[in-house]
Design a protein around this ligand. Structure first.
Ligand code: DX5
Ligand code: ZN
Length: 223
């Protein structure tokens, strides 16, 4: 079955005083990416579960929650219960990622596992059988607007090979520095979900930016 690229604008680059309107400005997106940071796992603090539940209640598209937090086992199921489409935890933060995946799925969301740029895929191949999404970070997590790290692309390629060979069944998502200059490389390497913060919310027309990114990704994806 041919894959369709999915675009997930990141609310991290939106106007925090207008989250409802900002979610409606990207109604053509596939997921709305919601970056939760706890000032411990990453050196930045954003928003948490009560804000996520409020945004999910008005968002035209499901939320894609990216939990850059310690103790994800404690918090992740709550995001699924609040109606998230996908809840991603960090491999580096979870003592037992499979148990968290089970709890997220039991609460009705897809379960994602995120890897920082320096975290190899190979240690998580077994664990990933229990996940629906692999989030390959293409910047160090913590801040929007950073430069894409192309050195991570071999990890995207390896993940795509494993999916195509039937060893894994999951979305391969990239996050960080995705824009008109970089999305084709990520798509050619095998990503099928593309997070874009500054490239969407920094554009005059976020809807047009989403369509342009989607067309670029579709053109660059391997057949
Ligand atoms: C970074 C976040 C990203 C961020 C991406 O830690 O996980 O989702 O919003 O922003 P851009 O697209 O501007 O790099
Ligand atoms: Zn993110």
């Amino acid at each position: 079955m041919p894959r369709e690229p999915m675009i997930a604008p990141s609310l991290l680059s939106a106007d925090f005083a207008r989250l409802a309107e900002e979610s409606r400005r990207v109604s053509d997106a596939d997921w709305l990416h919601f970056d939760v940071m706890d000032a411990h796992f990453v050196p930045n603090l954003t928003f948490g579960l009560p804000v996520m539940a409020a945004v999910q209640a008005v968002s035209p598209v499901p939320l894609d929650c990216h939990l850059m937090i310690e103790n994800p086992e404690r918090w992740a199921p709550g995001y699924a219960e609040a109606g998230a489409g996908n809840v991603t935890i960090h491999a580096e933060a979870a003592a037992d990622p499979r148990a968290v995946a089970r709890d997220i799925r039991a609460a009705g969301a897809l379960a994602g596992l995120a890897l920082k740029p320096g975290t190899p895929l190979e240690g998580f191949l077994d664990v990933l059988r229990d996940f629906d999404t692999l989030l390959v970070m293409t910047v160090e997590p913590g801040f929007g607007g950073q430069e894409f790290i192309a050195d991570v692309l071999p990890k995207v390629r390896r993940a795509r090979e494993l999916v195509d060979a039937g060893h894994l069944t999951l979305f391969v998502e990239v996050d960080g520095g995705i824009n008109a200059d970089t999305i084709e490389q990520a798509a050619a390497a095998g990503a099928d979900v593309f997070v874009a913060g500054s490239a969407v919310y920094g554009a005059d027309d976020p809807g047009k930016a989403i369509e342009a990114l989607r067309a670029q990704a579709a053109g660059a994806m391997p057949a």
